[in-house]
Design a protein around this ligand. Sequence first.
Ligand SMILES: Cc1cc2nc3c(=O)[nH]c(=O)nc-3n(C[C@H](O)[C@H](O)[C@H](O)COP(=O)(O)OP(=O)(O)OC[C@H]3O[C@@H](n4cnc5c(N)ncnc54)[C@H](O)[C@@H]3O)c2cc1C
Length: 504
Amino acid sequence: MSHDTIIVGGGIGGLITGALLAAKDRRSVLVLEKENAVGGRVMSFGGHHGSPSAEEYRNTLRGAANVRIVHTEPGLDEIVDDHKIFDRFILDPGWHTVGATNRNRFSLLAKALGKSIPVAPQIGFYFDSGAGFVDLKDVSATWPEASRREHRRVAAERVAISPAESARYDHIDLLSYVNMVTEDQLVRDYYLWLGRFVLALNDPTEGSAGEFIRTNNMPVAAGMHLSHGGGNGEVCRGFKTIADVFAEIIRENGGEIRTGAAVRQVLLDRNRATGVEVEGPAGPERIDAETVIVNLPMDAVGKVVPIESFPAELRERIGKLYSAVGMTGFIGVKELIEPDRPTGVFLVDPLPQHIPLKGGDAWLAFEQTTALDPTRRVGAAEGHYLQTWTVLHAKGEATDDDLLRRISDAHLEFFRSRYPGWDDNVEWAIFTQADRIYGAAPAPGIGGDRRPPVQHPLVSNLFFTGDTVTQTDVGTNGAAHGAILCANAVAGRDFLPLLPDYLR
Ligand SMILES: Cc1cc2nc3c(=O)[nH]c(=O)nc-3n(C[C@H](O)[C@H](O)[C@H](O)COP(=O)(O)OP(=O)(O)OC[C@H]3O[C@@H](n4cnc5c(N)ncnc54)[C@H](O)[C@@H]3O)c2cc1C
């Protein structure tokens, strides 16, 4: 079968672009994915996703999601074989959550294409700065009246900023923005710790105010709220569901998806892409195509596209890209630790051990995933798991194994000291380090209009998709936005009207 459009990489960026082109532009799409399954960073394990051995799990995490296991208790073999976690639970490579719950970009796009990606809402957001958890909406309850008024004023002004207007703030750091909008220190501190959490960047001089404004305004535009519910949510049965749904759309529209098909290079003939060279069972195979779309993160694009084919200015921008990185944990427990707040997100800032990181001491976020999203438990499985998260700095911290061990110990120590009976309740723990939480950190200088374009400036039939290309969001929502903008460029059409205004 011949295909006119080849997509290199089956992450959600490649799959959403492919689904739009197959379903709405009647293109014959071929997706080539190097791993044994599609999904990239939204891999899921367990239940209907399959039960890998400890070794397969470790290798798949590393290969598909750039995630490595840094510490487990007990050993990983025992967790997989004796605790049978993949027969009991569905786990992602790390804690994923998506803004605006089921009114996010990929769920609404799937709906427009006749499919469903249900999302379980987080309800309740609890913050602890040392004195116990307080509901986010009550954090300001003990503030002086003037500060509470100022908080409402700053929030109202921010909500009034449209997505287009927010671009003005893309290259302004969060600290400068917060200091400019208010002189009230309580309000400043509130937005600074919230910013560390939503941008996955600890240092407020590194977070982009434009991204902060959009990330906060999107759930509001969707009618959602972090405390009251739906500000964030978990894709039911694991985030891999996103990849499965868009892969299904591609196949139903005549497309093909090949896994275990690593592309060696995109073939260029001067200013035209002519196809790709892919690893085949009998050696390298050449596949011709009229259009080639690359889903690799742009700072890794040189693995398949000669970097010297890009103009110097774009090469420089690609060279400056860096990711938001972090450490995530999965902890198996017999009983919920917060049975009265099962769907909440809990943020402890700072961790009591005061572990210094660039931009401030380490913090801990956690949720009771199987209570929030009961579809993560397989059949009548007993027990639950929690997910934990600490943000790190891309340069240095993520590769410091001693530091990662201190942080994972601090996560467990927090639960031990806060929840009586913890040692009898906890069954297993896996801590992972993720090299790319957000492929391009939401930072001034590399976000907004400085993200690489969806079309090669000199090779007009070579395109790029995913969370590191031109788009105005982070993570999965950002990958979906980049994917739609890429499909627009390929097809010469506008697919954004498939989504409501606030997501375009
Ligand atoms: C631990 C973790 C936590 C996260 N938390 C969140 C969160 O809370 N909220 C959120 O919205 N997002 C989160 N994200 C980010 C989100 O998962 C990504 O933004 C999104 O999945 C990116 O999709 P993508 O298609 O752009 O890239 P990728 O998923 O990286 O896809 C690239 C694909 O290309 C394939 N590939 C690479 N080289 C080749 C080759 N030579 N030939 C063929 N195929 C190739 C890869 O295997 C991969 O499948 C998290 C990510 C991780 C890892």
